[in-house]
Design a binder for this molecule. Structure first.
Ligand code: NA7
Length: 552
């Protein structure tokens, strides 16, 4: 802990981040349960990922009517304009909720948490910020988001480029005008796929640098009708409840059956129907698309055929065909006119698969022996996902253990909610939870509710310290890895596996048993008195070998 002269402020709970998770934590714990909550937010306002990701074309890839809080007053009052809302509307919604819940008075904006140290003598966290503030709280809750730290590759000569370089995840608040410009986009994940069609409409020339061709399906986005909105609002309680029992926390297309048992002519027709109505449903056509190589190849080839039908230039279509990973094992992108964009005369695709980007120059980008000239460069190169935000904070737990070191071989966690060695710390949608594979709003609401119930339990029982038990955590980590091992997911070099960030350990970061099953497991842990957590009351000290002191 560094020297500081400021007297600490004391709270019950310090929350890191004021995106969807942080806002709900403030509302639930402060307004619902009466805790003194202080949130620290790097941005100048609320919104988290939706505050920063203002790139052209940014929109959510779950239906907005469900990618939203289930608070009944709010869901009855707010009306979404489109099936998949664009970033400005989502941020407007977030601000609407922030006003309604009056969360801003509990948030320090423009402030980053730099360090957090667990004081074992007093059983509280001492949190430090980049503004020199010091806060103390019994509980520290990370609402840091899974896609909040941009991953920016460093190309030689980058600083010499004469024009601006924008990362999609840190887009300028006032927008960027590409009119008349020669623009490069590096990266063809979701952010590239969403922004490329929009930038292409504005720029004079757009060059896309693609390392891995990505599977993307049409969003089939459209305005919602009044009637649709009314029907959803009338049925919200039952729809939200049913979603809790699904694999992904949202109601969607059901599988026809396994690849072996489904008539493939019917399956082909069904894929066609899903492509037209809701692209996301294509991977759910078979219940074993993510397990069986044959099933996966059938769906993958269907999408490759679509690319060849849409893209007029055969050489470009060939480059766009994904062959490097099974469909669905990297996040399936949802697009609006992505493949069609390559039919425009002002758009070209450059593969950097065999010959990577060599360097930046004042004029542009060199690949092989060719220098491409640009006025502006867009990095759509993704995030240090899931663990990046927490690993950048100097978090010191019991026995001076550092979180970044504890996760050096791969993120470990009990239920994706707590980490052994780091008492009284909770992670909303943390590693080892199913969150990144789900409608994250459903996962956030589940975690916040679970944590709120747990804090009440701890308060009732007079427990001052809780910590994930080493054995319970090891069991959970093993279960997460084992489930992933039975699927095709580890075959992809994805951010789910941490592979997109150089040096990051290759560990599958999510629980694959499904959201419904996961919820049931967490509920049972709560109902059984929280086995897997070590509990300390003021007269008891906990050590590594004190598992007999677990309250059960
Ligand atoms: P992603 O999905 O991680 O995509 C990043 C893209 O950037 C991907 O195509 C990468 O290629 C590419 N990339 C990264 N580094 C380089 C270098 N050095 N050279 C060339 N290309 C590079 O991030 P997104 O922001 O698009 O989406 C993240 C999530 O946000 C998404 O899944 C949704 O959940 C919302 P690669 O595939 O690694 O070869």
């Amino acid at each position: 802990m560094s020297e500081t002269t400021t007297a600490p402020t004391r709270h019950d709970v310090v929350v890191i981040g004021a995106g969807f998770s942080g806002m709900l934590l403030i509302h639930r714990l402060r307004d619902g349960l009466g805790y003194d909550v202080k949130a620290i937010e790097r941005g100048e306002d609320v919104g988290g990922t939706w505050f920063w990701n203002r790139y052209p074309g940014a929109r959510c890839d779950f239906e907005s009517e469900f990618y939203s809080y289930s608070d009944n007053e709010i869901q009855q009052e707010w009306s979404w304009s489109e099936r998949y809302a664009a970033q400005p509307e989502i941020l407007e919604y977030i601000n609407f909720v922030a006003d309604r819940w009056d969360v801003r008075r509990s948030i320090d904006f423009d402030t980053s948490v730099t360090a957090a140290t667990f004081d074992e003598g007093r059983n509280l966290w001492v949190v430090e910020t980049d503004r020199g503030a010091r806060l103390e709280a019994r509980y520290l809750i990370a609402a840091t988001g899974n896609l909040s730290v941009p991953s920016e590759p460093t190309f030689p000569g980058m600083e010499s480029f004469a024009g601006p370089i924008h990362h999609t995840g840190r887009w300028p608040k006032d927008g960027v005008d590409f009119t008349g410009q020669r623009v490069a986009v590096i990266g063809t994940g979701s952010s590239g796929i969403q922004s490329i069609p929009v930038i292409a409409e504005q720029a004079a020339e757009l060059t896309v640098f693609q390392r891995t061709a990505t599977f993307t399906v049409p969003a089939a986005n459209r305005p919602l009708t009044d009637r649709e909105r009314q029907v959803t609002k009338a049925n919200y309680p039952v729809l939200r409840e049913a979603a809790k029992h699904t694999r992904a926390g949202i109601l969607g297309e059901q599988p026809m059956g396994s690849f072996a048992e489904v008539d493939l002519v019917l399956a082909r027709g069904e894929l066609e129907r899903r492509w037209r109505t809701t692209g996301l449903g294509v991977t759910a056509t078979f219940n074993d698309t993510l397990v069986s190589e044959e099933a996966n190849e059938f769906v993958s080839q269907f999408v490759r055929d679509k690319i060849n039908q849409i893209v007029e230039d055969p050489a470009t279509a060939k480059l766009l065909e994904p062959h490097d990973y099974p469909i669905g094992t990297k996040r399936l992108a949802l697009d609006t006119g992505y493949y069609e964009t390559y039919n425009r005369p002002n758009v070209r695709l450059v593969s950097v698969r065999q010959t990577p980007i060599d360097r930046f120059t004042p004029r542009g980008i060199v690949v092989g022996d060719h220098e491409y000239e640009f006025d502006a460069i867009v990095l759509a190169t993704g995030f240090d996902a899931v663990t990046g935000a927490l690993e950048r904070i100097d978090i010191e737990g019991r026995g001076a253990a550092k979180l970044a070191e504890a996760w050096a071989e791969g993120a470990t966690s009990y239920l994706g909610l707590a980490v052994h060695g780091f008492p009284n710390l909770f992670t909303v949608t943390g590693p080892g939870s199913p969150a990144i594979l789900t409608n994250v709003l459903a996962s956030i609401e589940h975690h916040v509710e679970w944590i709120a119930d747990y804090l009440e339990f701890l308060r009732r029982e007079g427990i001052v310290r809780t910590e994930a038990d080493a054995a319970a955590q090891a069991g959970w980590v093993e279960q997460v890895a084992e489930l992933a091992g039975h699927t095709l997911y580890p075959k992809a070099a994805s951010w789910y596996m941490g592979v997109n960030v150089p040096g990051k350990p290759r560990v599958f970061l999510a629980y694959l048993g499904g959201f419904g099953t996961y919820r049931a497991i967490c509920s049972k842990v709560a109902a059984d008195g929280y086995p897997g957590f070590l509990h300390t009351t003021p007269t008891h000290e906990v050590t590594d070998h004190d598992s007999e002191r677990v309250t059960s």
